[in-house]
Every structure is written in C-alpha cells, then in structure tokens.
Design a protein around this ligand. Sequence first.
Ligand code: XMP
Length: 305
Amino acid sequence: MVRTEKFIPQAIGEIKKAAGTEKVVMALSGGVDSSVCAALAARAIGDQLIPIYIDTGLMRKGETERIKTVFSDIRLQVIDAGDEFLAALAGITDPEAKRKVIGERFIRVFEREAKKSGATCLLQGTIYPDRIESEGGIKSHHNVGGMPLETAFTKVIEPIRDLYKDEVRDVAGALGLPVEIQHRMPFPGPGLAVRILGEVTRDKVAVIREANWIAESEIVEQYHPWQCFAALLGLGTGVKGDNRIHGWIVAIRAVNSRDGMTADPLNIPFADLTRIGARITAEIPSVARVVYDITPKPPATIEYE
Ligand code: XMP
C-alpha cells in the first residue's frame, strides 16, 4: 500500500511533465488498466486528456452505458463503430483473421478520431508483464490486435508501465474507482467475436451478448470465477413448443486461474447449471441447447477462438 500511496502523486507528476500543454489521447476500454490511466491523467491534466471509447459492437451488454456512467466527470468521446466492425468482419471465419481485422479496424477508427482532436501525445495502459512479453517477443503488448498505436504520435506516455496487475488493482482502489472495475474479469480486446465460432454476424452477436449477460449475472457474484462467459458454438436441433427447431448451441465457460496461462473449470453445482441453462433457453428463443465446458487449459484455451 505504501507503494501505491507514493505511486499516485509520482504518476500524476510524470503525466503533467510529459504532456506539457499538449493534448493527450487514449483508448479507454473500461478494463482496469486503461481506467486507472484515465483516472490518473484526468487528475494530472484535466481537459487536456481526450479519452476515446470505441464501441466495436462486440462489447458486452450494458458496457457502453456503464463506461459513460463511470467516467461521467471526464469528457469521454464515445465512438459508435459497430457497423464498421461488422462490415469488416463479414465473411471472415478464421480466428486469427478475425483478430487481425478487428485490430486493424480499431487502429483506423482510433487514429481517425485522435486526428480530429489535434492531440500529439498518446497515453497507454501498458503494464510491466506486457512490456516483458513484448520485449521477449512473446506477444505484442497492445491487447486489441497486437498492433501499435504509437506511430501517429510524437510522444507516448505509459504511466503504469512498471506495475503488475495486482498493483494496478490496488491503485484503482486508492483512486476510488468502483470496486467492480477494480476486480473486473479479463475481457478480450476482440470482444464477443472470439466467443462466436466462425463468421460474426449481427444476429449471432445479439444472441451471445444476451446469453453472456445471463451467465455472468448467475455466476460472477456467487462463484467469483477468474473468468466466465458464454460462447456460441453453432446450430443444432432442438424442440420448442410443438416444433423441432434448428437453434443455437451455447457453451458456458467458467474458470479459475492465476494468470490465464492455465485454468481449471469451476465446480458449479448441477442444479445451478441446469437453472442457468433453463434461463438461457427460455429467455433467448433461438437457443436450443446449453452445454457446460468441463475442459481445463491445457488442452483447451479459455476463449473459444
Ligand atoms: P486463452 O483463450 O488464450 O486466453 O486461453 C487467455 C486469456 O487471454 C484473454 N484473451 C485475449 N485478450 N486479446 C485480448 O486482449 C485477445 O485476442 C485475447 N485472446 C484471449 C482471454 O480472455 C483470457 O483471459
């Protein structure tokens, strides 16, 4: 905690000094890293900060409204780019191609919006493990598509670059960010797209967004998983009312993990699982079947793609 108390004024001073009188843009996703950066920068440079939230259309239910509420005291620019992302994803089924398209689109939209603001500095929520992985060539640190945003800017400010995730969470608490942000489950940059097998369409996103909402609301508070969500596997046969239907198969995944490198499925009582399944099939007419994923990582990954 001592470290956190010292860290906050230091980081604020650093941002102030680095920004000078320039405008600073940042991509605010609502995750703990970018939220902490936004809160530090808002204290450091006030209106010089231009946080941009890009609604990719692949976010969870209520996410855009939630972020507007949490950051109602800063001038958050919310960019509705859902149509643009969906159009770019049309016809693409390969998981890596999907990630690439989303990453590229994200950069295009961000740079376009950043340009309008006349900002020369970029603020990024890179943390220590990101830098280590990036320097070691394990993965690029930008978590949306592994693509750099730095190129269009004369200066990059990374105020939490020396912190580990648990330290970032401590700083979030000390800054008074909502507990819900402080302890957020990880959510992948490509969003619901990696929870839909194959092509991403508006209909599929609508189904999985609703199923995910139900799964999270039934599991998070009760079981405190490291991560939980719903994924759309494909179509199968079902029977609803008097009719055999071709309906969606939804998988529920809930895991415990230390760092995402390995994971174990949560031991959720069968009665709870069947209740969640019944809710999903009742509340989403096009879902015919719900399954619970019992696979650890390895051999499965946490996400489906
Ligand atoms: P996997 O599926 O690889 O996931 O076992 C491990 C952790 O990483 C997250 N994940 C991603 N996060 N962009 C991200 O920002 C991605 O493309 C991505 N893929 C997986 C996943 O949610 C889990 O926490």
